[in-house]
Ligand binder design. Structure first.
Ligand SMILES: [Zn+2]
Ligand SMILES: [Zn+2]
Length: 417
């Protein structure tokens, strides 16, 4: 750290001295945090219905002074903590669902459900937010407002946040009124343990899937002129779609289009009637997202027509772009510097082209998503199996930082005037 950085660090520490204590308080809760995390890790669940996970969260919150509601169409939990003084609401989120893959981590507490694994670290998020609810319950006198703890199922492609919003999570007459700001952490095995990274504006991409069926007319492979072969039309479409990204989309507002699945035909001497393409589209702005999706239609129908075929394009809408409010993101980084120290807060140079359904919350409420490093200390982050790998392992010590960050963000936002 440079001398000016050290001075700025000392100034912040003086200004927010009580936040320094959060790490110690969080560490005092670590055995509970770890116990819940391991229990969840052993019993991972998929999608919107997570009865075992929901029951574990409710049990962990049972003795705290919280108003709790559970979801109607999903196993969500919303817990509201009233501060001792009135003020706005602040929302903090943990996602709770796992992924459909077999675990090969070698951990003693590995998944006991074959084919399901907490490979994205959502078990850590859930345990961290539960401990933060405990920590903040002991500090109600320091809160001017309400805290909304959002425990959501179905982050992995099941739109769990959208379901919770539809059930009134963010409504003025919802569990705690419309929050003034929101925050979520996501652990990553590719960053040093306890390091926080965030950025202003777009931090994760939109994600939409595309399915194209090209229809021609089947025939004998020896007489293609008597048929309308959909195979060369589909092949031309792959090239044209990839080229479209560079010719129609600004290099300064990037997009990724990948055709990842292509299929046609049954044997060597038959021209099939149809061919299919599937792929995914990622963008960093809703404007570019709309442009790419409309250009896909134009390119596919134009290429199909050139080959005498027709095509049907189906877009399966995924998550919106995750857009951080610059002011909240900076405030979160500032809290990170106060709670963890400046050397544990890094700017995030580029967004990630993966997607997040916290984007639905950030579409309605100013807030920020941040990444929390959880690479085990014995492993080089660059070599660590990434999130979603069957071999991914997270450093549980990062949860001490996570609990302190969730809590520090809330204390900062609801600081009595
Ligand atoms: Zn994931
Ligand atoms: Zn995740």
């Amino acid at each position: 750290m440079s001398a000016p950085e050290r001075r700025a660090d000392r100034r912040r520490a003086a200004h927010r001295a009580p936040e320094r204590a959060l790490l110690a308080e969080s560490r005092a809760l670590q055995s509970q945090t770890v116990a819940l995390r391991r229990a969840l890790h052993r019993r991972p669940e998929l999608g919107l219905e997570l009865p075992v996970t929901q029951a574990a969260v409710l049990a962990a919150l049972d003795d705290l002074p919280l108003q709790i509601t559970t979801g109607r169409d999903a196993s969500s939990v919303v817990a509201v903590l009233e501060g001792s003084r009135s003020g706005p609401s602040v929302l903090v989120r943990a996602d709770m669902d796992a992924l459909p893959l077999h675990e090969d981590s070698g951990l003693a507490y590995a998944s006991e459900t074959d084919g399901v694994m907490h490979a994205c670290g959502h078990d850590l998020h859930t345990a961290m937010l539960t401990s933060s609810a405990r920590l903040l319950s002991g500090r109600r006198d320091r809160l001017a407002g309400r805290v909304v703890f959002m425990f959501q199922p179905g982050e992995e492609n099941a739109h769990g946040a959208r379901t919770m919003i539809a059930e009134g999570l963010l409504d003025a007459d919802g569990p705690a009124g419309t929050p003034c700001c929101a925050m979520a952490l996501h652990v990553t095995s590719r960053l040093g343990s306890g390091t926080l990274q965030t950025r202003p504006d777009s931090i994760m991409a939109s994600s939409d899937d595309l399915h194209v069926t090209v229809t021609g007319r089947g025939g004998h492979a020896s007489a293609p002129h008597d048929a309308l072969d959909p195979v060369p039309a589909a092949a031309a479409m792959v090239g044209a779609l990839h080229t479209m990204i560079t010719r129609r989309i600004s290099a300064f507002d990037p997009a990724v289009l990948t055709i990842s699945h292509i299929g046609a035909g049954t044997t060597t001497n038959v021209i099939p009637e149809t061919a299919m393409l599937e792929g995914t589209v990622r963008t960093l702005s809703e404007q570019t997202r709309a442009r790419v999706l409309s250009e896909i239609e134009t390119v596919c129908s134009g290429v199909a027509a050139a080959y005498g075929c027709t095509c049907a394009v189906q877009i399966e809408g995924g998550y919106p772009v995750t857009v951080n409010d610059p002011e909240v993101a900076e405030r979160l980084a500032d809290v990170g510097r106060s709670v963890l120290g400046s050397r544990f807060v890094e700017p995030m140079p580029d967004p990630i082209m993966g997607s997040e359904d916290f984007s639905y919350v950030l579409g309605r409420v100013p807030g920020a998503l941040a990444f929390l490093g959880a690479c085990p200390p014995a492993i080089d982050p660059d070599d660590a199996p990434p999130n979603h790998s069957n071999r991914v392992v997270f450093d549980e010590d990062a949860m001490v930082a996570g609990v302190a960050l969730y809590s520090g963000f809330v204390l900062d936002a609801l600081r009595p005037g």
